[in-house]
Design a protein around this ligand. Sequence first.
Ligand code: FMN
Length: 176
Amino acid sequence: MDFLELAKKRYSCKKFDTSKKVEKDKLDKILEAGQVAPTAKNSQPQRIYVMESEEALKLVDSLTPCRYGAPVALVVAYSTDEEFTYPGGKYRSGMEDASIVATHMMLMAASLGIDSCWLNFFDPDKAAEALNLPDNEKVVLIMDLGYAAEGASPLPNHEKTKTMDELVSYRYTRER
Ligand SMILES: Cc1cc2nc3c(=O)[nH]c(=O)nc-3n(C[C@H](O)[C@H](O)[C@H](O)COP(=O)(O)O)c2cc1C
């Protein structure tokens, strides 16, 4: 499958097969895809927490209603001590870094036949507190991972994209 096909095939899974675990070798590959993701100045401020035990999954359920039965959830955070500061001093890269790391992991999962759902329907401060993270770690997202339950399918709007004209503008560089 070429990359665009894979990107189109991936969807946000909202119903996982609770009886099917994610194999260790696949989880390791997913985490490795995050490890090799680019980050600003290669600072690698990401911190990934693998939530897999019964107790850990209960904790996830206390933060969000959106685990959907996934057997694994990754909490993706970053260290504010290690993120890059943009020239001007106003903006920092931790959110971006965590997001590209998560995107690598999500697409690696898809390529291994593992379904996923990116979550932000939770309070990041409460998540950091529940995980007992140090003050310098900020939580960005939770990612459900697992196998879709039988009958699970993308939401009807999965293939509904805005038009290229709405999303992309060519400024000065090309004739359209
Ligand atoms: C930043 C972000 C946050 C999201 N948060 C949630 C969430 O908390 N709960 C949920 O069920 N889906 C969540 N999603 C999934 C989106 O609802 C989904 O990606 C979107 O509707 C497009 O569907 P598709 O991924 O199947 O194409 C999130 C996706 C993104 C990118």
